[in-house]
Design a protein around this ligand. Structure first.
Ligand code: ADP
Length: 407
């Protein structure tokens, strides 16, 4: 008797415990449901056998299933077995039981009705593995975007490579053509020279003036060819600096002397605001000579008759600074950025009468860049321009003694 009543008591206790457990679970479910509904991403709660306990509105909407066809059904059966996929099975039946948590697992499923979808799954077993909370984020659009942008990047890279190839071919063509043109043009120069010097008999006044025109045109032709070859060489990375240390003051004086006749013919003057002391630099003298020649030539070309050009050189703790200032036609603000581009000739009142290729400044900048220096312009239309070159001082390479003039 006593045993019977004990057994009954125990059973009753078990029943109460089970009922309490069911009540607790139900409470928990209500709690989960409330939370589930507040989540914007599709969310589903499964029992341990993967039957749907509930899902949120976002899940029904996204995967086009009805609540009544979902709750109580097996996950794989939903929407005409749309979810019956080996990848999902692997995740829910093997990986999740082992890890208890799935974090950002990406899967792509082909839904018969919805098409191909890429989703990010986050899942967690809760309540002593009795329930599975599963969040399903649809990232199809992001993935498509990524595929598109990856494709775009590849296309752009290919296009860039193609353009680079075309550009290299163009540079090579210019270089080859210029080389080919140089020989016959030089030969014209020699023969015109011979004719004007009377090697094949006396030349009449008319013939001489015609020959002079041929000579000048030929000179111009050779100048253009040299410009093209110079630019092709620097573009191909074949210009190597041969730096030495020397006194820049002496070099600038030599340049001014060289161009003196040109300036005199235009009634222009060059003022060299020079320091009394030598200014020692460690740069490539031949290349710097050509850069300065070019800037001084431009200053004269793009200034009116009678104008004055001022050259200053100075050194601060870090740089040697060379300024070439004119009060010529100036450059529009909007044109400044074109200045150092290849073949850019900018319209100004003198550009029609002045010859040029638009290659000088491009080449000069490349040379200054090779010296790790900078070249900049301050200019005002109709007021004039100042070109400023800065090259870093390499103090260790500078000798204590002044070197002979360089030209
Ligand atoms: P080029 O003189 O052979 O045309 P450059 O590259 O030396 O080529 O110069 C490019 C353009 O910059 C010139 O066509 C001219 O319009 C402008 N420019 C250069 N120097 C000056 C200057 N000192 N004043 C005004 N414009 C200038």
């Amino acid at each position: 008797m006593r045993n019977d009543s004990n057994l009954r008591k125990k059973n009753q206790q078990k029943m109460v415990a089970q009922n309490n457990r069911i009540a607790a679970l139900k409470k928990l479910l209500v709690y989960y449901k409330e939370i589930t509904e507040t989540i914007r991403e599709p969310f589903i709660i499964l029992d341990k056998d993967l039957h749907v306990v509930t899902a949120n509105l976002a899940f029904y909407r996204k995967f086009k299933v009805l609540k009544r066809d979902t709750e109580g059904r097996h996950m794989y059966e939903l929407g005409d077995n749309q979810w019956d996929a080996p990848e999902l099975k692997e995740l829910l039946e093997h990986i999740l039981p082992k890890q208890r948590i799935l974090k950002d697992y990406e899967i792509t499923l082909d839904f018969p009705r919805l098409g191909r979808k890429t989703m990010l799954l986050n899942a967690r077993q809760v309540d002593s593995k009795q329930l599975i909370l599963l969040a399903v984020e649809d990232i199809t659009a992001q993935r498509m975007l990524k595929i598109d942008s990856d494709k775009l990047t590849i296309d752009l890279t290919n296009q860039r490579d193609q353009l680079q190839g075309l550009n290299d071919a163009k540079d090579e063509f210019i270089s080859l053509a210029s080389h080919q043109l140089r020989t016959p043009a030089t030969s014209v120069k020699q023969y015109v020279g011979m004719l004007t010097h009377g090697y094949s008999g006396e030349v009449s006044k008319d013939q001489m003036s015609m020959l002079n025109i041929v000579y000048k045109s030929n000179e111009r032709q050779l100048e253009i060819i040299e410009d093209l070859l110079r630019v092709a060489k620097v573009d191909a990375g074949k210009v190597y600096l041969e730096k030495v240390s020397y006194d820049l003051v002496l070099q600038v004086e030599a340049i001014i002397r060289d161009q003196a006749i040109l300036f005199k013919n235009r009634g222009q003057s060059v003022l060299f605001d020079k320091s009394s002391k030598p200014i020692l630099v460690y740069i490539d003298p031949k290349l710097m000579l050509m850069v300065l020649n070019n800037l001084l030539d431009n200053a004269g070309k793009y200034s009116q008759i009678g104008a004055q050009i001022t050259i200053t050189i100075e050194q601060d703790d870090n740089d040697t600074i060379i300024s070439i200032k004119d009060n010529g036609v100036g450059i529009r603000k909007s044109d400044l950025e074109k200045l150092f581009k290849k073949f850019s000739r900018i319209d100004n009142p003198l550009s029609a009468s002045v010859k040029g290729t638009g290659l000088g400044l491009y080449w000069a900048k490349k040379i200054v860049d090779l010296h790790k220096g900078s070249i900049e312009v301050i200019s005002k239309l109709n007021k004039g321009s100042t070109f400023i070159i800065k090259t870093p001082i390499d103090a260790e390479k500078l000798p204590k003694l002044v070197v002979a003039p360089l030209k």
